[in-house]
Design a protein around this ligand. Structure first.
Ligand code: NAD
Length: 295
């Protein structure tokens, strides 16, 4: 839009407006890493429900197949590409497979990630490197490749990085994970600036506790909740201002908005989808509903 058109639009109150259609993603072509389970699967299905074609890049082949089939049942083209995002070449191949199947890629969701807790001083080198590879390097390499495809096609696009509230605050026991997520937040801002001339928007999600297979200690098995090991997450839930953990659909809603025309002037931000945890900063809600300052 040139400046004359922009001024005309700004002056013309009759034509200015938003439409419910602006949230739709029909004709859009998406890649979701780690899209076979948890938040990634929620986002993959959310994008599909709003009309996008969606490729699921997940390390678990059965999760790829099952999620691609669910996407098709929603009426959108789905593709499962078994991919380990820690292998940069495989990651590029997966994105290429999506571009070939759909005729391009204009949405990238960098969601694959993972964490194992423990004191940093005794964290083995292999574990440190895995944390950096899965949480940060995969986001960097996928962004570079997908952005190049979007620039070549000249169609713009949206990139959404799934960071974490742990990227916004200190996270004892999760030092490297937290550092990677903070780096994702910063990378998002720089990419938003570098890619803006190509109409590619780059934003972040920062979830707090969200009910997922991984969050319930089930990293590889079936994604159906009935099969998850029993866990007691009640105490966490009570420390979230909303009084409960989040749902993958709630992360998906934010992702759909960030990929749609409804957010076309929004880039470089981090959206906290966390039931108010980030806003509460040092304040905690106790199990009996009182507010105390983080000691
Ligand atoms: N669930 C939460 O409470 C929470 C909170 C904050 C941030 N996050 C972030 O959200 C993202 C998703 O988390 P989740 O809880 O849904 O995880 P999850 O473990 O439930 O699901 C992750 C998915 O990624 C896939 N995956 C794992 N390793 C992979 C690899 N090397 N290559 C490709 N795919 C791989 C898994 O098979 C699985 O389908 C992560 O980046 C995580 O850090 C989650």
């Amino acid at each position: 839009m040139d400046s004359e058109e922009l001024m005309a639009r700004a002056r013309d109150v009759e034509t200015i407006g938003i439409s419910p259609h602006d949230i739709m993603l029909s004709g859009r072509k998406a890649v979701v890493t780690g899209g076979g389970g948890g938040i990634g699967q929620g986002i993959a299905l959310g994008l599909a429900r709003f009309g996008a074609s969606v490729a699921v890049l997940d390390i678990e082949p059965e999760r790829c197949t099952a999620t691609a089939a669910a996407i098709e049942r929603l009426g959108s083209p789905g593709l499962g590409v078994p991919t380990d995002v820690m292998d940069a070449a495989a990651l590029r191949n997966g994105i290429d497979a999506a571009a070939e199947a759909f005729g391009g890629v204009d949405i990238l969701i960098n969601n694959a990630g993972g964490v194992r807790g423990g004191p940093f001083v005794s964290q083995p080198e292999g574990s440190i490197r895995r944390h950096v590879e899965i949480n940060l390097m995969s986001c960097i390499f996928a962004t570079q490749h997908a952005a190049n495809l979007m620039i070549e096609a000249g169609i713009g696009g949206s990139i959404v990085n799934v960071a974490s509230i742990e990227g916004l605050r200190a996270a004892p026991g999760f030092a490297v994970y937290s550092a990677c997520k903070a780096a994702m937040v910063q990378f998002t801002k720089t990419m938003a600036l570098e890619l803006s001339e190509h109409q590619i928007r780059v934003n972040c999600l920062a979830p707090d506790h969200t009910i997922t297979p991984g969050n319930r200690g089930n990293r590889n098995g079936p994604v159906t909740p009935q099969t998850w090991p029993a866990t007691d997450n009640e105490e966490w839930a009570r420390l979230i201002p909303a009084g409960r953990e989040g749902l993958v659909e709630e992360q998906a809603s934010a992702a759909v908005w960030l990929c749609s025309a409804m957010s076309e002037y929004t880039t470089g931000i981090t959206v906290s989808v966390d039931g108010g945890t980030w806003a509460s900063s040092g304040w905690l809600r106790t199990a009996d509903g009182r507010w105390i300052q983080n000691p």
